[in-house]
Design a protein. Structure first.
Length: 485
């Protein structure tokens, strides 16, 4: 997943602002988890104030990678990575100090690709890749040293596409080892690239120029002239690339957000967002099913705005606005109402008895038998402590891949699965509560229409002895009925 806010106006001197997963997952992508959500913005000052150009994320939001363009004129910046959703950052100096312009990540965050624009003085840069979440990097000389401007990746990181400013689009099907010049794309001022999950479908935006799409991994291209020629800033694609979104800026007269539900054949102007008084739209993102959209714009001053919306075909239409200053520090919290049904299905398991005592560890095996990934959320519903829970989902989420089984462990006041750790400290009595009974809800949010208590199943066993004890009293709720599990 990549969240890219890049324009020809370099964002120098800005702090990295990250939205906690309650914004991206609960409010933006999972519209029916709550009717009133709190958006908490945190200035991640540990990363410093730099010329940030782009940021990429794993599907669960825990692994992030951001690039610093540097001051230009041969003085570049570094790539920075985080494994704790942006709380702490590591400068990946072994990738070198370069004029980084774009970065993309695989869904698990392990594979990264970044492009170096070069010095701009007759010397272009290279494409770089990492297979260990940014710890080490490889220079891909096969594509040559060029003025790279745009980049995208398939969800597994095997298929890449990169565009040269005023040049061609290049593609790779082996994670960047070899590259093919796609001359059918023509030489244009490419500004942004997006990809379907499997990398077979691409969308390319020009600045200025038209929108182009490809259904064969970039071999042939179709000019989408129905939407016109404009200063296209960014594009986004659903997993299957049937639903697309693009944004443009048009000086002080304001730009617009456009969407397509037929792979770019026809387009709609999203008048609900309108120009919204904004001179510059600079970023857009879609949920995997394309039903939910987010866009970033600014009015030419130091204020940037996030707009989110839900497709009318997937439920109740709702548009929300979140404002955050691009300079300064601190935390800004905005509460807004978002009530939608969407296509999201929430499969919730209610477990009435857990215990924070470490001898009462609970092991749950969750199996996702659908063909779509699901996002997991944890909420403490009740406890035996004086300090009662807020009955809201914890901000940290986790991913349950399609056709996969994984263990979820409740130990003490922490839930762990894979590399993700979720603290229940504040909702299970606080730091001094070593032995507290509590009840919890584990929700799996999926866009798969077949998601149910049968296709996303879970069994839990309790205790440190062998054999483990079956946890009884679990209820599964599919949105309409409860089932004993």
């Amino acid at each position: 997943m990549e969240v890219v806010f890049k324009s020809r106006r370099f964002s120098k001197g800005l702090l990295v602002f990250l939205v906690t997963m309650s914004f991206f997952a609960t409010s933006m992508w999972i519209g029916d988890l709550a009717s009133a959500d709190t958006y908490t913005w945190t200035a991640r000052t540990s990363a410093g104030s730099r010329s940030w150009q782009a940021i990429a994320s794993s599907s669960d939001g825990s692994k992030l990678a951001a690039i610093d363009y540097g001051s230009g004129a041969g003085s570049g910046g570094y790539i920075y990575t985080s494994t704790d959703s942006g709380a702490t950052w590591t400068a990946r100096t072994n990738a070198g100090s370069r004029n980084w312009l774009h970065i993309a990540a695989s869904s698990d965050g392990s594979k990264l690709a970044a492009i170096d624009y070069g010095s701009g003085a007759g010397s272009g840069g290279y494409i770089y890749t990492s297979t260990d979440s940014g710890a080490t990097w490889m220079t891909l000389t096969g594509a040559g040293a060029r003025y790279w401007w745009a980049l995208t990746s398939s969800s597994d990181g095997s298929k890449l596409a990169a565009a040269v400013l005023g040049g061609y689009i290049y593609t790779s099907t082996d994670s960047g080892t070899t590259w093919t010049i796609q001359t059918n794309s023509g030489t244009k001022y490419w500004n942004h690239l997006s990809s379907s999950a499997d990398g077979s479908k691409l969308i390319a935006a020009c600045y200025p120029g038209y929108i182009y799409t490809s259904t064969d991994s970039g071999v042939t291209w179709t000019e989408r002239n129905s939407v016109g020629s404009n200063y296209w800033q960014a594009s986004a694609s659903s997993s299957d690339a049937t639903k697309l979104a693009i944004v443009h800026s048009q000086g002080q007269s304001g730009g617009y957000v456009y969407t397509s539900s037929d792979s770019g054949s026809t387009w709609n102007i999203e008048t609900g967002a309108g120009s919204a008084g904004l001179a510059y739209w600079i970023g857009v993102a879609l949920s995997s099913d394309g039903s939910k959209i987010a866009a970033l714009g600014h009015d030419g001053s130091a204020t940037q705005y996030f707009y989110t919306g839900v497709s009318s075909s997937s439920g109740t239409t709702s548009t929300t606005t979140t404002t955050a200053s691009t300079t300064g520090g601190g935390t800004t919290t905005t509460t807004t109402s978002l009530t939608t049904t969407g296509t999201t299905k929430n499969i919730s398991y209610v477990m009435p008895y857990l215990q924070t005592h470490t001898n009462q560890v609970l092991y749950c095996m969750a199996s996702n038998m659908t063909t779509s990934s699901a996002t997991g959320y944890v909420m403490v519903l009740a406890n035996g402590a004086t300090l009662k829970p807020t009955q809201s989902y914890e901000s940290t989420t986790f991913s349950l891949s399609a056709k996969s089984t994984q263990m979820i462990t409740f130990l003490g006041q922490t839930v762990t699965t894979g590399s993700t750790s979720i603290s229940l400290l504040n909702n299970t009595g606080g730091a001094s509560s070593a032995s507290v009974m509590y009840g919890t809800k584990l929700t799996f949010a999926s866009n798969d229409s077949s998601a149910s208590c049968s296709t996303i199943g879970m069994a839990c066993f309790q205790g440190t002895t062998s054999p483990k004890r079956n946890l009884l009293g679990i209820l599964c709720y599919d949105g309409s009925s409860y089932y004993a599990h």
